[in-house]
Design a protein around this ligand. Structure first.
Ligand code: HEC
Length: 189
């Protein structure tokens, strides 16, 4: 009897050893598919338009592959915002030549670092916090309101699984240390 149990245990252990890599391979390929879908959604969502610093090319400004989605460059120099630009019937926004800094009636907002750097990017965020941010348009779902031109309403309409895919893609990026400046409050029109 004891002998039989031992044989059984050995068989179970062997079965687990065979099954485990197969399960791991499955999760691996599911993870790869999720990241691929995230890349696809990030591209059509235009996240690079604002969140990636640009290189000037003969085709105009293009996202810099070396600084993909790392946000408004911390060391960029910006000219002062002219007064009297904004208001009803006037201009709604001004942007820099990288489309990473945006001035408007709300002040100046800077596109966030979306790479997984822990101190300056999304490295410390969970998928749940990312989803909550997009759904509520508040920082981490509970903090300050997110300013234009980061329009979360289109993203809020994505399914949880699509938002998780975007987040998985962002987490798969190379972490880049870039401390985006804090928002400059509005000085009035
Ligand atoms: C038109 C420009 C623009 C586009 C397009 C854009 N963003 Fe943003 N995003 C911004 C700006 C500017 C901020 C900073 C807003 C602020 O400080 O309130 C921001 C902030 C964020 C934040 C940080 C929010 C927080 O709570 O700190 C996340 C996350 C984010 N964007 C994700 C995305 C994703 C994902 C996409 C693409 C699907 C995207 N953004 C497309 C301009 C943009």
């Amino acid at each position: 009897m004891r002998q039989k149990n031992r044989t059984c245990n050995v068989l179970v252990a062997v079965a687990l050893l065979i099954a485990a890599p197969a399960v791991m391979a499955q999760t691996d390929s599911a993870g790869k598919d999720q990241v691929k879908r995230g890349l696809y959604l990030t591209n059509i969502g235009g996240c690079n338009d604002c969140h990636s610093p640009k290189l000037m090319t003969p085709q105009g400004p293009q996202p810099d592959p070396a600084r993909m989605l790392s946000g408004h460059p911390a060391n960029a120099q910006l000219p002062p915002v002219p007064t009297g630009m904004f208001g009803p019937g006037q201009w709604a926004a001004l942007t820099n030549d990288e489309f990473t800094a945006w001035a408007g009636p709300w002040g100046i907002s800077f596109a966030a670092n979306l790479t997984p750097d822990v101190t300056t990017g999304l490295g410390g965020w969970t998928a749940a916090q990312f989803i909550a941010t997009m759904r509520t348009s508040k920082h981490l779902g509970v903090g300050r309101p997110i300013l234009p031109p980061m329009l979360t309403y289109a993203l809020a309409a994505l399914t949880d699984s699509d938002l998780k895919a975007v987040f998985a893609y962002l987490k798969s990026l190379k972490p880049i240390k870039n401390q985006v400046p804090v928002t400059v409050p509005s000085k009035g029109p």
